[in-house]
Design a protein around this ligand. Structure first.
Ligand SMILES: [Zn+2]
Length: 191
């Protein structure tokens, strides 16, 4: 996919993705992000268009769409708010709910880390906890492993394979992302 030239609008590639992920979390269902997260499921990559006032985040999504799918998911999980305010007013509500963008990204990453474990059997619940924790959620991984009856050594080994896999993939994702926005001319020239 050929990069489109834009006027520089972001101070850094990091700022661009934080902006887009936060912007979108407020109007997820209608957003380009919702479509972006379905790319794996439907297998069709196509240009994303910003909705109404969302032109800038739309431009960021179009660049994200050009990344490897796992790399895109990692950047989204890393830069999206994990929780958003809930206005349901139910007595049992904490006033916060999971941000669906973050939740969907982590859920898909939980499947895509499987190659890190080779052909070893693993429980989704354990993988999910390890992935979710990598991105900042709290989990007691040890007791989850215990619950599932995974031998402690196996659980530790799997967790560290997953973490290393994510660390490497995240590093590549940031490198690609910086190159991509730079090429597209979306960063402010500060020289
Ligand atoms: Zn609520």
């Amino acid at each position: 996919m050929q990069a489109i030239q834009h006027e520089g609008i972001f101070k850094s590639a990091h700022e661009a993705i934080v902006f887009a992920c936060n912007y979108t979390s407020q109007q997820y269902a209608m957003s380009p992000m919702a479509k972006l997260l379905q790319r794996g499921a439907h297998g069709s990559g196509r240009g994303l268009v910003g909705l109404d006032g969302a032109a800038q985040s739309g431009m960021v999504f179009a660049e994200l769409d050009a990344l490897d799918y796992l790399q895109m998911l990692i950047l989204v999980a890393k830069n999206s708010p994990r929780k958003e305010r809930c206005e349901c007013k139910h007595a049992c509500c904490s006033g916060w709910k999971a941000n669906p963008i973050y939740r969907d990204a982590v859920s898909q990453i939980t499947e895509l880390v499987m190659p890190a474990l080779g052909s070893a059997f693993s429980f989704r619940r354990h993988r999910h906890a390890v992935v979710d924790k990598y991105f900042g959620e709290k989990h007691d991984i040890k007791s989850i492993a215990e619950d599932l009856g995974i031998p402690p050594r196996t659980a530790d080994r799997h967790a560290s394979l997953i973490r290393n896999f994510l660390k490497d993939a995240e590093k590549d994702a940031w490198t690609k992302w910086y190159e991509r926005l730079d090429e597209a001319g979306m960063l402010l020239q500060t020289a």
